[in-house]
Design a protein around this ligand. Sequence first.
Ligand SMILES: *Cc1c(COP(=O)(O)O)cnc(C)c1O
Length: 381
Amino acid sequence: MGRISPLMRPPESNEARILLGPGPSMVAPRVMDAMRRPMLGYLDPDLFVVLFEIQIGLRHLFRTENEVTLALPGTGMSGAECALANLIEPGDRVLIISGGFFGERLVEIARRCGAEVHPVRAEWGTQVEPEAVSATLRQHPRWKLIAMVHAETSTGVHQPVEPIAELARRYEALLVVDAVTSLGGMPVEVDACHIDVCFSASQKCIGAPPGLAPITFSPRAWHAIEKRRTPCQSWYLDIRLLWDYWNEPHIYHHTTPASLMYALRAALEMIEQEGLPARHERHRHQAERLWMGLQELKLELVIPPERRLPMLSVVRIPEGIPDGEFRLRLLREFNIEIGGGLGEWRGQVWRIGLMGHSCLAHNVDLLLSAMNTLLHQYRSG
Ligand SMILES: *Cc1c(COP(=O)(O)O)cnc(C)c1O
């Protein structure tokens, strides 16, 4: 009788997986417990109290006073669709800053909205230079919007918002920012940077389960939406319909996933209690511990420190280490998940996430020790 390969063995306990990939991140017991509360109907006044508290928590997290701030019933990509579908009308000229996989998704969504899309791309692993953006903007009049990814999760590169925001103001274009990976792990300044639409996801640095996409619209964005000549191409993500449900007169639009809302409210309470500066510092500090440890293991960090994200680190897979098998052994033998490369970098890099409740000293130590053990086995043949 053949032995069952240890790689095929199913998990023997329901011990929490150590999630150190590009998301989802681990969920704190307090947030999981919040989902056990009794179900509420979508017009229950008690549910509107939960939604109201979520709005307050999200405004604080986004650092905005935008009234139109809510959580969409969908993952991060629903935030991208909602932002672009509500702002873009067919024929609008838009500029998309793309340095990786998620930037390309914005390009594709904008095209499907019927925009005349001008992508400004950077080589994977580098930032898009504001000069390149400016050069493209100069070529045409009347830009409807500029969209960018703040934390490009496919490459681990930080694309600073301020220089792009300045260009958006100069050319009177709206600014859309994908803060899916950054929000809750590093500063995202919606009002100070004049971001018009910013969206995120519940399952990365916010620390809730996947399924909700926080989003906020500036008064300027709202005005542009009110001036539309054509209805938003997405009925489900039409922000005006969604707002009439979240706000007075609370008209039914869809069935609210109440359990996820309870979880998001609990996660936002935890963020409030920790405080944003302390939370950002925790992400930075644990990232630095991880980087030091990885370097001690002779692993190469692909992104130089000045543009490296704290919550997502990219390392080159060393020569002779089998990507898939290594990650499967981390999972099966050590209960740890890390991410593989995406798109162009598939099979070339590992992506290690330290997001939200996953971002703890204990998890950094567990990963480094597990990687040390496995690398030693492969390197000594
Ligand atoms: C994860 C991610 C998304 C997509 O979020 P989903 O929740 O998987 O839909 C979009 N943009 C960035 C930068 C991301 O990291």
